[in-house]
Design a protein around this ligand. Structure first.
Ligand SMILES: Cc1cc2nc3c(=O)[nH]c(=O)nc-3n(C[C@H](O)[C@H](O)[C@H](O)COP(=O)(O)O)c2cc1C
Length: 324
């Protein structure tokens, strides 16, 4: 079947539709993932990155990040650079019910890279190999990787990622998501999709998932046509428009203001149900600003966001937007 009615497998796990909600730190927590699943069109969700160093210390916040309920299939993503700790944490993810465990080789944030994790692993293929090997050996569930194009332009030009692909295949990685920007680029410029195409052409034993700059339904189609990737991963596009996955599956689906208000309310209620009230308020303020874009009265709501300290009051204000 042609995209988007196709599917692909990560080990024995079927991803259908072949659309993946990207991990977004401090955003794709359990309430967000549950909301995006309820909207529909998503074949796989991923936790926000969980620090293996925090997890081995049993830090409460890190342990809570593993929580999921009824999300199938669901991947947990680890960030770290200590092979033993990563192996230990992969087992914790497996025990907690993850269908697969992913290693972050893309995060550009200096607090992550200074410890050798995230995109810093792209500068040290031997350490990267030890990290994924330790994880693969520790668990029965599939181990996947999410990587950037390289540390900087010179690495991208030398196509260092090709060595990584071979190494991943050799050690038994079962899926790879590529965000084709370098670490030095951060989020500037464009994702170079030709690199995704070259990774597909390399004919690896595992599926290649394309990621970067899919903001409209047509972009997902174009990414698959131009690159041949088996799956499409979407981050920021789904934040601005939580209906994006459904629009890919149902071309022509028009998102009304009513639908946006309903999903915003549902999301805020999930935040209150699943998080402590203070944390829920923080997320309503942060994510509410994106969610209400394009809704009549949304700009006024956003202006008031920071003045409010009662999440229930904010919910009433969103409800009032129906009258605009
Ligand atoms: C706010 C934010 C948080 C992110 N957190 C993570 C993360 O925890 N793990 C990860 O692998 N990538 C993370 N990313 C990168 C995204 O998963 C994705 O690769 C990137 O945004 C490009 O895709 P997009 O253009 O669809 O957003 C993050 C990106 C943003 C903007």
């Amino acid at each position: 079947m042609a995209f988007p009615n196709s599917s692909f497998q990560i080990g024995s796990i079927v991803v259908q539709p072949p659309l993946i909600m990207a991990p977004l730190h401090e955003i794709t927590d359990q309430p967000f993932r549950r909301m995006i699943r309820e909207v529909g069109g998503v074949g796989l969700t991923v936790s926000e990155m969980i620090s293996s160093e925090a997890l081995v210390r049993h830090a409460r916040k890190a342990e809570r990040m593993m929580a999921s309920e009824g999300e199938r299939p669901y991947a947990m993503q680890l960030a770290g650079s200590d092979p033993e700790h990563l192996a230990e944490c992969a087992v914790m993810c497996e025990t907690a019910g993850a269908d697969m465990v992913d290693l972050n080789m893309g995060c550009p944030a200096s607090n992550v890279t200074k410890g050798g994790a995230g995109s810093a692993l792209l500068r040290d293929i031997r350490l990267a190999e030890r990290c994924v090997t330790a994880m693969v050996k520790a668990v029965k569930i599939p181990v996947t990787v999410k990587m950037r194009a390289g540390w900087d332009a010179s690495q991208a030009e030398r196509e260092t990622y090709r060595d990584f692909l071979k190494m991943f295949q050799h050690v038994g990685v079962q899926g790879l998501a590529i965000h084709p920007r370098t670490r030095a680029q951060q989020y500037e410029g464009h994702a170079d999709w030709s690199l995704i195409a070259r990774a597909v052409d390399a004919g690896m034993s595992f599926p290649i998932i394309g990621n970067g700059d899919v903001v409209e339904a047509a972009d997902a189609q174009r990414m698959v046509q131009e690159t041949g990737c088996q799956g499409v991963m979407i981050g920021r596009g789904a934040l601005y428009n939580p209906f994006l996955f459904r629009q890919i599956m149902e071309p022509g689906l028009v998102v009304t203001a009513e639908m946006r208000i309903d999903i915003t309310l549902r999301f805020f209620r999930l935040l209150l149900e699943l998080l402590e009230e203070r944390e829920a308020l923080h997320k309503i303020k942060k994510i509410g600003a994106w969610f209400t874009k394009g809704i009549a009265g949304g700009a006024k709501f956003r202006q008031r966001l920071n003045e409010r300290n009662d999440p229930h009051e904010l919910i009433r204000e969103i409800e009032a937007l129906r009258d605009f």
